[in-house]
Ligand binder design. Structure first.
Ligand code: SF4
Length: 149
């Protein structure tokens, strides 16, 4: 299994925010530096996390981004179920056409079932708990063009 880049960056942001003291509110630009990701990608991820209720943005001179109480309880499984790709695990349908076995393939369903098991295994893991065991710092990442609305 492999998670998409948007999910990865979002999880990084949540881990960084979970690791900060309550009175430390980084700006989106500071967050972008801390996760080693371009500002515009981080800005989109922060917007999505706000829409999900996992982070809050405070305006003003001392404003910035902070984890919400809901964000402190969010699990990796919950976040991935919303942000990760939901197409087939294998390349069953592509721009080049469908796999010729797509209508009678037993593997397709088994692989998609395995992905659900992957999420289930992460349903008990809170991002907050991970932030206590993770050393945060710049991490290079390249985002794919696919991301959720
Ligand atoms: S063989 Fe099955 S799982 Fe693999 S690409 Fe074709 S339809 Fe999908």
């Amino acid at each position: 299994m492999r998670i998409n880049s948007f999910s990865d960056v979002s999880l990084r942001l949540l881990m960084v925010l979970c690791s900060l003291p309550e009175d430390e509110l980084p700006t989106t630009r500071e967050l972008a530096e801390s996760v080693g990701t371009p500002y515009n990608h981080v800005s989109k991820a922060v917007l999505k996390l706000r829409q999900m209720g996992l982070v809050e943005a405070l305006r003003g001179r001392s404003g910035g981004v902070r984890i919400s109480s809901e964000g402190k309880q969010a699990t990796v499984g919950k976040v991935l179920r919303i942000l990760d790709d939901h197409g087939d695990v294998a390349q069953c349908q592509t721009d080049m056409g469908d796999c010729p076995m797509a209508h009678s393939c037993g593997l397709r369903g088994v692989l998609n079932h395995a992905r659900e098991a992957f999420y289930v295994s992460l349903d008990e893991v809170t991002i907050y708990s991970l932030a206590r065991t993770t050393t945060t710092g710049p991490v290079p990442v390249t985002l794919s063009t696919s991301r959720p609305d």
